[in-house]
Every structure is written in C-alpha cells, then in structure tokens.
Design a protein around this ligand. Structure first.
Ligand SMILES: Nc1ncnc2c1ncn2[C@@H]1O[C@H](COP(=O)(O)OP(=O)(O)OP(=O)(O)O)[C@@H](O)[C@H]1O
Length: 346
C-alpha cells in the first residue's frame, strides 16, 4: 500500500545541511496499523510528511496505493493527496469554525455541493462521538474532543490512508487510549491503512501490528510488534522498550535480595529474570516447577502486560533449592518458551 524506497531528506542548517532521512525503505501493508517510533529528532515528522509529499524528498520513491507520488506535481499531486488523510499533535483546527465547520472545510474546499457535505459530515461526527457538540467552537471542547474533530476532518475526503503525527502526544493517558481505540475501530471498519508516528512505546503497544524504529534518519529495526518487543536487536529499540518495561531492578529490590542472601540457607539461591513472550504467562508454570522440582520460588518484582492480547513482560524471581533441581527447573522453564536469565545482585 505504501512503499518508500531510498528516501533521503536534507534541510539547510546554520552549520551546513541537516540530513534528516538517510536512506529509508519502508513497506506498509494495506489495511494495517503501522507504527514508526523514535526519539526526538530521529526524523519521524520528516518521514511522515514524505508519505504525502508535504516534504518532497531529495531522493527516493514514494508510492501510495499504486501511484508514484514522487512523479506527480500540481493538480495531479493534489488529487492523489485526497487518498491520504492526516491528523496532527496540535489538532490544527480553525478556531473561527465550529466542530461541524472544521469537518466540512476540506469538502467545501473541494467544491462539493452543500447537500453532499451535510450527508458526509453528519455520519462522521456520529462516528467520532461528537454529534452533540457540532455547534461548539474549538475553544469550547477538550483536547481529546479536538482530536476527534481532527480525525473526522481527515476522514471527510474518504482517504485510503491515515497518517497520524504524534496525534496523542498532547493528551493524557486515558484520552490517549480512547483516541487509539477510535483509530483501531476506523482501521477495522473501513480497512483504512494507518501510519502512526510516535515517541511513545505505549501507543505502539496498544494499536500497531508492525513497527519500525527510526534513529538518526535510518530505520534500524522493523517487524511485527510482538517480535520487536520481545527480541529487540538495536540499542534504541531496547531503550524505548525500557520506557514501558524497565529492565533494571530497583535498588530496593536488590537490597531485599542481599538481605535474604545474608541469612543462613541450604543449597543454591539464584535471582532469575523470566521473560514471557506471547506464550507461557497464562499457564501455571511457576507453581508447576515448584511442585515438580521441589524448589522454592518467590516473585520479587515484575510486570506482565499484554500486546495484541498476548502476554508480554518479565518477572524477577528468587529461586532457592538444591543445585540439580534448580538447574532442571530452569531448563524446564526454557523448554516452555520462557527466556530465563540470571541477574547479578551483589
Ligand atoms: N525545517 C527544518 N529545517 C532544518 N532542520 C530541520 C527542519 N525540520 C527538521 N529538521 C531537523 O531534522 C532532524 C529530524 O527532524 P524531525 O522533526 O523529522 O524529527 P522528529 O523525530 O519528528 O522529532 P520530534 O519528535 O522532536 O518532532 C532534526 O535534526 C531536526 O532538527
């Protein structure tokens, strides 16, 4: 659906050109929700603005829905852009127009007859849950409601693709969840391809099927979200994941472990991190190894969450028992698909 190949983008800067995009290749499958994540300055906005050619790349090809936009200009490009809607972090609503008037604007600009505009805007306001607020002005509605207006306006031209440039970054966590749920509903109901640009892993976790990680103008890693979250290959990806699932144990937990170890005990004791990746977390694996191998396991820290309805996360467990049963318990857990790693606590 969206194919970017060999995209380079350079801006003039005070101390020479700034290379914002340095050879981006990206394939976004039709009907998918595709996330692009990166830290500030990584090139996310430059990338998303390349997809609708708001930024014309210095080099490379942009193909959207079978049309090579980089070959088009003028009226042909404007026409092709109608297939691509966009929502923005700061909503970009006209303060002098009502909710209704903002959603109607692109249709008025396109010269649609008034009856057709009414017939389109009503159902869109219904879809985004704003029918009751159609006469309000942007200053009279909340941030989440403003973004709903932005989404309805983006859908007014019946696009095939929706680009979201940090659409939830100015919103609180609960409003973020509701806006993302709305985007997901739109993706499912209309089969719209959605590209979400964000710096928040939480956003990717909630809605994206695939994710690309951008760092210093390059895609450093991409793949299905569950795979990228559970087997991150690049340092930037690992640090972004750490935002939602911190890997380091808090010092208070380590102090507790040291205190436990200082007590006299028999056999071995190990601090283990058990990482669950899609499988295993919903089975009684821990009680199973305790029973089977006669060892003692206490959970000292952890967080098991969900991605696309599948468990994801890690538990730190303090394991005590005789040496051989402990070794067998670890290999049993590994056999069940759990990644087991010994954690140093001294
Ligand atoms: N118009 C511009 N002129 C000069 N440099 C620019 C311009 N726009 C972006 N840049 C530079 O290009 C690089 C990528 O910027 P971009 O805005 O695409 O990143 P981003 O990942 O969206 O960052 P943020 O999340 O902070 O908006 C940065 O180094 C930025 O300073």
């Amino acid at each position: 659906m969206i194919e970017l190949s060999g995209i380079f983008q350079t801006y003039p800067g005070p101390s020479g050109p700034v290379e914002a995009l340095r050879g981006i290749d990206l394939h976004v499958p039709a009907g998918s929700v595709f996330g692009v994540i990166g830290r500030s300055g990584a090139g996310k906005s430059s990338l998303v603005r390349t997809i609708n050619l708001l930024n014309r790349p210095a080099a490379g090809r942009v193909v959207v829905d079978g049309r090579e936009l980089t070959q088009l200009s003028g009226a042909a490009l404007r026409e092709a852009r109608k297939a691509i809607g966009m929502v923005f972090q700061h909503f970009n609503l006209l303060s002098s127009r009502t909710v209704y008037g903002n959603v109607a604007l692109p249709l008025e600009l396109a010269g649609l007859p008034a009856g057709e505009i009414r017939a389109r805007v009503g159902p869109l306001l219904e879809l985004v849950g704003l029918s009751g607020l159609r006469g309000r002005y942007p200053a009279q509605i909340s941030g989440g409601q403003k973004q709903r207006v932005g989404i309805a306006r983006a859908l007014a031209s019946r696009p095939r693709v929706l680009l979201s440039d940090e659409a939830t970054s100015a919103l609180d966590p609960e409003t973020t969840r509701s806006i993302l749920a709305l985007l997901q509903q739109i993706n499912r109901e209309f089969g719209l391809t959605i590209v979400l640009i964000t710096h928040q892993m939480q956003v990717i976790k909630q809605v994206a099927e695939r994710v690309a990680v951008i760092d210093a103008g390059r895609i450093v890693e991409q793949g299905p979200v569950l795979q990228v979250f559970t087997q991150p290959q690049h340092a930037t990806t690992r640090s972004l994941i750490d935002d939602i699932a911190p890997q380091a144990l808090p010092e208070s937990v380590l102090a507790r472990i040291r205190a436990l170890m200082a007590q006299p005990h028999e056999g071995s004791a190990r601090l283990l991190r058990l990482a669950f990746a899609g499988e295993g977390a919903d089975r009684p694996l821990l009680s199973d190894v305790i029973r089977r191998f006669g060892i003692d396991l206490s959970i000292v820290h952890g967080q098991v969450d969900e991605i696309q309805g599948r468990p994801f996360g890690s538990l730190a467990v303090f394991a005590r028992g005789a040496h051989e049963p402990l070794r067998q318990a670890v290999s049993h857990l590994r056999g069940a698909g759990v990644q087991v790693q010994e954690v140093a606590y001294a």
